[in-house]
Design a protein around this ligand. Structure first.
Ligand SMILES: C[S@@+](CC[C@H](N)C(=O)[O-])C[C@H]1O[C@@H](n2cnc3c(N)ncnc32)[C@H](O)[C@@H]1O
Length: 262
């Protein structure tokens, strides 16, 4: 179980901001839309939707991140209804939203129940937009180092998108279509390259290992020594996939998943 409130998720949220822009654009948010951002973290997508004039609710299970999100909303001069809650038991009424978004969010929750909740709270004819990771690319390979180490201890299953018990490939369009099929949702998927940047592969690895909630959860499960031993293989993977000889840049493939509900 990852405690997303530990460490400094804010750093990662900055790197993921372009994905929220894609989600809000794909959902075609217009003024007055009722919008839900599930697993909103520090509020990247929720804030963008609110800036478009939508009535926005943001739900996340990490209360510290909701406080950060609320501070950002105040600074931006927009109102968002922030609620602590679980993606598989959303604190929201049935049919309450025109659009439900989740940017690298529900991929950390059990898939079928999280999809059922997205559909339940979205009004008939509404849309769901997700951004998910595929397993392609250097950053996914780097995360895989932690995942394999944790799977070896039995702390998590051997597969899965993050460190989550839901063993689902959220990067497989067929699988995604299958998740929404029971709800009559029509799924369209667009792939894009999401670039991660840093000063060097070493600096990027250290930022992850010292500040990213997922890696900090890994340190707790593995113990300090086994955790520290992951740095060299991580730096090796990041160096091998580095696209910028003067710094660090690696492009991962992500999916923008647009679901039209009946
Ligand atoms: C990678 S972050 C993405 C955050 C945000 N959507 C963004 O784009 O920056 C994953 C988020 O999912 C949240 N999360 C994970 N599992 C959750 C669950 N079952 N219910 C609610 N939030 C969850 C975490 O607290 C974290 O904020």
């Amino acid at each position: 179980m990852i405690d997303w409130g530990t460490g400094t998720y804010e750093l990662t949220a900055t790197q993921l901001a372009p994905a929220a822009e894609r989600a809000v654009a794909a959902a075609e948010i217009v003024p007055g839309d009722r919008v839900l951002d599930v697993a909103c973290g520090t509020g990247n997508a929720a804030l963008l939707a609110a800036m478009r004039g939508a009535q926005v609710t943001g739900v996340d299970q990490a209360e510290r991140l909701l406080e950060v999100a609320a501070g950002r909303a105040r600074a931006a001069g927009v109102e968002v209804d922030w609620r602590a809650g679980d993606a598989v038991a959303l604190p929201c009424e049935d049919d309450a939203f025109d659009a439900a978004l989740s940017v690298f969010g529900v991929i950390f929750a059990p898939a079928a129940p999280a999809v059922a909740e997205l559909v339940r709270v979205t009004a008939p004819g509404g849309r769901v937009v997700l951004v998910t990771w595929t397993r392609e690319g250097t950053v996914a390979a780097g995360s895989g180092i932690l995942r394999r180490a944790m799977a070896d201890t039995g702390a998590i299953p051997a597969a899965g998108p993050g460190l989550d018990p839901a063993v689902v490939d959220w990067g497989d369009p067929e699988h995604l279509a299958g998740l929404f099929a029971p709800h009559g949702g029509e799924v369209e998927v667009e792939r894009y390259g999401h670039a991660f940047e840093g000063a060097s592969p070493e600096a990027f690895a250290d930022e992850w290992m010292e500040r990213h909630p997922m890696w900090l959860s890994g340190r707790e499960a593995l113990g300090d020594e086994a955790f520290a031993a992951l740095r060299d293989p991580l730096v090796a993977v990041l160096s091998e996939g580095n696209e910028d000889p003067d710094a660090f840049r690696a492009t991962s493939t992500a999916l923008v998943v647009h679901v039209q509900l009946p």
